[in-house]
Design a binder for this molecule. Structure first.
Ligand code: ZN
Length: 168
């Protein structure tokens, strides 16, 4: 493992571009117990061009794996970036945070990083408001309910090194 400072420097230098720089941007998904899945991800402080490769890699991997969402640590990048599917498509969110939540419900979920382990029933907030930056750095917010809200909570959990195993 590289020291944390090195990873921070790596990100701030914009080398995340390299994450999506190859011809096919879809990436291999890390599986449990890979240590990066347990490592809290670093906030992103560079927007725009340095994030383009990572955004492309997340979107391509979600498409190839027909997933509802994916977090950057799952493809080996310890940065607070996720891709999340909703009815309107797949959106890349940078530094997402749950700003408000309401209600609880049992959510049936699976995870690309837990292959062969099937479905887990976990308790999630029923409605959430998530604030985030888009890859260009603009402040955004989204309200989500039900499955869409669960996807956001699942992916944000990944940024904190938390897996379904911890919530089941
Ligand atoms: Zn997952």
């Amino acid at each position: 493992m590289e020291p944390k400072l090195t990873r921070r420097a790596f990100l701030s230098l914009g080398m995340v571009v390299a994450a999506g720089g190859c011809a096919s941007p879809a990436r291999e998904v890390l599986v449990y117990p890979h240590p990066l899945l347990r490592t809290p991800a670093d906030p992103v402080d560079r927007f725009g061009q340095p994030l383009e490769g990572l955004a492309r890699a997340l979107l391509a991997t979600v498409a190839v794996r027909t997933a509802n969402g994916l977090a950057a640590p799952q493809i080996g990048v310890p940065a607070r970036v996720i891709a999340a599917r909703s009815d309107t498509g797949v959106r890349v969110m940078v530094n997402p945070e749950i700003a408000w939540q309401e209600g609880r419900f049992p959510s049936r979920e699976t995870c690309l990083s837990l292959p062969g382990r099937g479905w887990f029933t976990v308790e999630r907030a029923k409605r959430v408001r998530v604030v985030f930056r888009d890859p260009g750095g603009a402040r955004r917010a989204v309200l989500a309910a039900g499955r869409d809200a669960a996807v956001l909570q699942h992916e944000i959990d990944h940024l904190d090194g938390r897996l379904l195993l911890d919530r089941a």
